[in-house]
Unconditional design. Structure first.
Length: 193
């Protein structure tokens, strides 16, 4: 009998949304939620598939609009690769008041979240990404937030993400540092990290 290697999968307990942007879409106009919540997203015309993710143009029209995802979110995990840090860029917005931002020096921060832990590459307390390198960014909060106007790649009232986003995972529980590190380890091979 031939032994085959099966790639480990991320934990699905309390996973409320999973956008595998690295997986070639059936159409470039829609992305599918692999957590089966029926909250697929509409892809703007200037967002293009570029393995292992989608490339975003850095403005507010360059986005994936999921809309009202419903449900609560306490953890956001995503693979990102910034191609420009000329101004603050925004990889994800939950509801127009709670979102992730990356400053011109590569510092990851949040707006609207309260008791937040920031992770970069599976490390709690790390908060800096570098240009043209894939990074695993995680936000874990003590409070639950609604994804009532989920947007990937932009905060419409601010600006967009300049670079690639490979996958986005939303959990409705507060993940532990071990949870985040494990998900990083399971998914990093795809990004050459």
């Amino acid at each position: 009998m031939k032994v085959r290697f099966i790639q480990p999968q991320i934990p699905t307990k309390d996973l409320v949304a999973y956008y595998k942007l690295w997986l070639s879409p059936v159409t470039t106009l829609k992305v599918f939620d692999y957590a089966f919540s029926d909250a697929g997203g509409t892809v703007a015309s200037d967002v293009v598939p570029k393995y292992p993710g989608f490339e975003f143009g850095g403005d507010t029209s360059s986005l994936i609009n999921v809309g009202n995802h419903g449900g609560s979110v306490q953890a956001v995990l995503m693979w990102v690769k910034a191609t420009s840090l000329g101004s603050p860029i925004f990889p994800l917005d939950l509801n127009n008041t709670d979102y992730i931002t990356v400053a011109t020096n590569g510092t990851v921060s949040v707006v609207g979240f309260s008791g937040t832990s920031i992770f970069v590459d599976g490390v709690s307390g790390a908060d800096t990404i570098t240009l043209n390198t894939w990074h695993f960014v995680g936000i874990v909060d003590e409070e639950a937030f609604t994804a009532s106007d989920l947007t990937i790649g932009a905060v419409v009232a601010q600006d967009g993400w300049a670079g690639l986003i490979g996958e986005v995972m939303l959990y409705d529980r507060e993940l532990t540092p071990v949870d985040v590190k494990n998900i990083y380890e399971i998914t990093r091979w795809r990004y050459g990290v």
